[in-house]
Ligand binder design. Structure first.
Ligand SMILES: *[C@@H]1O[C@H](CO)[C@@H](O)[C@H](O)[C@H]1NC(C)=O
Ligand SMILES: *[C@@H]1O[C@H](CO)[C@@H](O)[C@H](O)[C@H]1NC(C)=O
Ligand SMILES: *[C@@H]1O[C@H](CO)[C@@H](O)[C@H](O)[C@H]1NC(C)=O
Ligand SMILES: *[C@@H]1O[C@H](CO)[C@@H](O)[C@H](O)[C@H]1NC(C)=O
Length: 520
């Protein structure tokens, strides 16, 4: 039997129109003044003072997409005696010129939107902010029982609370076909997420096709004909993401989580021993061979050239020391280096050299928290990704920021972990800055990421498991910290989930109820 709290939430969900998810910083709507949005009249247009003009692929494409989202395929506008005033075109004005680049951590995403019967105007500093504003605009329209669309008089002033709002997909435990990744990027844009963290390879498979080391995927993928991302696929993901204002940060996790690298690069992994003989199994990357670093230098040169973002994620988590410990050559090396029995020192030795290689390609890097925990010397720009101790992340956030590093939070946002009931609430209630530390320390938190690890997820269940649950993280990272009323959030998120269904996304329900279009 449902609790009274759930029943109350259900009542509140009824009867709200045109909720926006995630909640803008400032949103004022006038219930008495509205205009009719006509598919025959309405167009997106560049304002005459805009620094970005027609021909900008990012905005031209967004205009086409959002027009189709406003007026779904097959939509027939009711003919008839609507007396309301027609909404004018939405004029879009961008201050900074530039359309061909990529979004970065520093890109502003602020925008202002005013909607009235006299003027509809979207202003933004750059095209990325304009994309966020178009999304908000698309969520403002609502439809009456005859099928006519309306917009209330509305003013929005909006900007994100955190600049890094990411979603991790794992394409190693299960391969995700290209269309599943592209659909995820669409829904990320609906939620104003702006970083796709592509955990592209791991122990189980190596689907990334390298031109320099083709054996990595030909020998390390589940199926080298069907279960790989070709250079063309990767390019397509990067461009599809760019057109939606989303950065792509690939993760090539080492020295652990690398079993799938072994078949393609003989000698890369550490042979494990049983007493005095190799057992035939392999452990983490072998950190004592020069050939390892030569390989890493060539491989990361290629990766750095393919992925345009400044940052790469280099992993560094969960290194299992037992294989290193069993190997006599590694034992000798430990002695020579005076590491004693401290294998974290050996790990640090490896990571340090890897970081130097990557830095030499003018790239920044993100690493999982163990790299910091083990005291590896990293450059001051490193981003430390906190994932352990879920849901208790506070002490680690204190330590990392006290040491002066920027940090990203994921501990409470492992969305692959599911439970009966409304588990989005726990993700929603998180306050990323609720740890002991100075204001300076809090400023070092650049955002967070929702993670969808792939052990139990492939293309069959990815979408309903992600959405709308990841929306809880999206709002926490975008909206003002004071936006935490779970009843209001329930109502808006339920409404948003219906919007997702109408957009063709198989988002799961939060609780009992229905959507206007879910029976079609
Ligand atoms: C929009 O206008 C309609 C009609 O006046 C009103 O019923 C509705 O509550 C308004 N919505 C908002 C969010 O103000
Ligand atoms: C720009 O558009 C505004 C409103 O549509 C109009 O009043 C103004 O004259 C236009 N300016 C130019 C330079 O065309
Ligand atoms: C590895 O490289 C270092 C420095 O480049 C060199 O001193 C050392 O002899 C090399 N080791 C082997 C086994 O080649
Ligand atoms: C968040 O909301 C509070 C209360 O409305 C306000 O004082 C604060 O300035 C807002 N923060 C930002 C960044 O706008």
């Amino acid at each position: 039997m449902a609790g009274t709290a759930d029943a109350l939430l259900l009542l509140l969900a009824a009867g709200l129109a045109a909720a926006v998810w995630p909640q803008p910083q400032l949103l004022r709507q006038d219930p008495r003044s509205l205009c009719r949005l006509s598919s025959r009249q309405f167009r997106f247009a560049y304002a005459n003072d805009s620094a970005v003009e027609p021909g900008c692929e990012v905005l031209d494409g967004a205009f086409r997409r959002y027009w189709q989202l406003l007026f779904p395929p097959g939509y027939k506008e009711p003919a008839g005696s609507n007396t309301e005033d027609l909404c004018p075109n939405l004029l879009v004005s961008v201050t900074e010129a530039g359309c061909s680049g990529y979004p970065t951590l520093e890109s502003p995403e602020n925008y202002k939107l005013s909607v009235s019967v006299d003027l509809m105007l979207l202003t933004a500093t750059n095209i990325w902010g304009a994309l966020r504003g178009l999304e908000t605009f698309s969520q403002l329209s609502w439809r009456d029982e005859y099928g006519t669309f309306y917009l209330n008089k509305t003013d929005v002033v909006d900007f994100p609370r955190f600049p890094h709002r990411g979603l991790l997909l794992d394409t190693s435990r299960h391969f995700l076909p290209l269309r599943a990744i592209l659909e995820t990027l669409d829904v990320m844009a609906y939620n104003k997420f702006n970083v796709f963290h592509w955990h592209i390879v791991d122990d189980q498979s190596f689907p990334f096709e390298s031109m320099v080391f083709p054996d990595l995927s030909s020998k390390g993928s589940y199926n080298s004909a069907t279960h790989v991302y070709t250079a063309k696929d990767v390019k397509m993901v990067i461009e599809y993401a760019r057109l939606r204002g989303i950065r792509v940060i690939p993760e090539f996790d080492t020295p652990g989580h690398t079993l799938s690298w072994g078949p393609g690069i003989p000698g890369l992994l550490t042979p494990c021993y049983v007493s005095t003989k190799p057992s035939g199994t392999y452990g983490p990357v072998n950190p004592i061979l020069n050939s390892t670093y030569q390989f890493m230098a060539s491989f990361f040169a290629e990766v750095s050239a393919i992925f345009p973002d400044f940052y790469l994620h280099l992993g560094g988590d969960e290194v299992d020391f037992s294989c290193w410990r069993s190997n006599p050559d590694i034992q000798d090396f430990m002695q020579k280096m005076q590491f004693g029995e401290d294998y974290a020192k050996l790990e640090s030795f490896y990571i340090q050299r890897l970081l130097d290689i990557v830095a030499s390609y003018k790239k920044g890097y993100m690493v999982w928290q163990e790299v910091f925990d083990n005291g590896v010397k990293v450059n001051p720009h490193t981003v430390i990704h906190v994932w352990k101790g879920h849901p208790n992340f506070e002490d680690e956030m204190s330590r990392v920021t006290e040491a002066g590093f920027r940090t990203l939070l994921s501990s409470p946002w492992y969305l692959n972990v599911i439970s009966y009931g409304q588990d989005w609430l726990a993700a929603y209630r998180v306050e990323p800055l609720a740890f002991k530390g100075s204001a300076e320390q809090k400023k070092l938190v650049i955002g967070g990421e929702a993670c969808m690890w792939g052990e139990y997820v492939d293309a069959t269940n990815l979408t309903p498991r992600l959405w709308p649950r990841a929306g809880a993280v999206a709002e926490r990272l975008w909206s003002n910290e004071t936006v935490r009323n779970t009843q209001d959030a329930y109502a808006r998120l339920s409404d948003f989930r219906c919007t997702l269904l109408r957009r063709g996304i198989r988002a799961e329900p939060l609780f009992t109820g229905y959507c206007e279009f879910d029976a079609l």
